[in-house]
Design a protein around this ligand. Sequence first.
Ligand SMILES: *[C@@H]1O[C@H](CO)[C@@H](O)[C@H](O)[C@H]1NC(C)=O
Ligand SMILES: *[C@@H]1O[C@H](CO)[C@@H](O)[C@H](O)[C@H]1NC(C)=O
Ligand SMILES: *[C@@H]1O[C@H](CO)[C@@H](O)[C@H](O)[C@H]1NC(C)=O
Length: 356
Amino acid sequence: MVKMSPFWCFLTLAFLFGVITDCSELNGVGIYELKRGDISVKLTNYGATVLSLILPDKNGKLDDVVLGFQTLEEYTNDTVYFGAIVGRVANRIGDAQFTLNGTLYKLVANEGKNMLHGGLKGFSDVVWTVQSHREDSHITFTYNSYDGEQGFPGNLSVMVTYMFIGTNKLAIKMEAEALNKATPVNLAHHTYWNLRGHNSGDILSHNLQLFASGITPVDKNLIPTGKIVPVKGTPYDFLESHQIGSMINELPSGYDINYVLDKSSPKHFRKAAVLQDSVSGRKLELWTNKPGLQFYTSNMLKNVKGKDGAVYKKYAAVCLETQGFPDSVNHPNFPSQIINPGEKYLHAMVYRFTAD
Ligand SMILES: *[C@@H]1O[C@H](CO)[C@@H](O)[C@H](O)[C@H]1NC(C)=O
Ligand SMILES: *[C@@H]1O[C@H](CO)[C@@H](O)[C@H](O)[C@H]1NC(C)=O
Ligand SMILES: *[C@@H]1O[C@H](CO)[C@@H](O)[C@H](O)[C@H]1NC(C)=O
């Protein structure tokens, strides 16, 4: 697809969504599709975002299984990160600051005094370049983050590729290279899953298994205390598959916590999660090379207007955000997220979709 001028942007939006809209923040923004067999994905280069993901159920019926907005414009005003790539540092950084090699870096706070998902205008809120796109195989987005962007040090070149593997796997490869200064990097893919269909209600009866024996508990502002505690025998225990809703009422407000993934063989690529909906029969398995997974049950969704007239409420979806641990820059006992100049960052995820 070609880069769109505002004129084409306007026409396309008007055509696709039947709305009249001002495209000022959407210059150069397009919608791109990937399709293999019955699986199809729509994406935009605004935030390198997944807009829709259509999967067959056990009877071959197709449904869109990710939450999203009706218009691109709503993504520019988004506070929930539907489908986006978040960074430069996903998750929270306490007090929106950190010290690296003796220098204090003050970041843009956007959740009280903390930074969430890269600040007020993180990677989910910038226009990426489409470097390569082949509808039946992949799309690659690139972004050049500048020294000082949202307070982070150094230029960072970033590349994200969504690609099919075989007949039923979708991989996401997130890469970055620090060009001139050491910087923390922690990218995450923030899709909201509802395997029964994005407009089907809550996910409390989805079954979940998380290959993680520990979590990093947080304080009242959702900043890790620095401890790693075992999940065994607590409502956080998903070592064996069971319904997400079975113990959710024992928590103050649903799940929003980082799991410490168990090491498995091969060491650097581990199975992280299995999510399953018995009604549609759809199942998602997830592998990653990263040590953590933020499990979030969309606790903060409050009547968000979505696609196709949907209204998303609390617990409408599940986020399984593989990544490094939150606030790592302020916890030396957590795996480091510092990338030195000339070093490369790589975060790989593979989703495998089946239905029976
Ligand atoms: C943007 O968000 C504000 C506050 O959440 C809302 O009032 C406004 O209608 C939104 N605009 C669009 C275009 O969605
Ligand atoms: C860093 O980026 C700025 C502009 O964004 C550019 O002028 C500068 O040459 C870059 N430096 C390096 C080392 O890439
Ligand atoms: C810290 O400084 C040392 C010595 O100058 C350098 O070798 C190292 O790469 C720096 N590390 C970071 C994370 O900036």
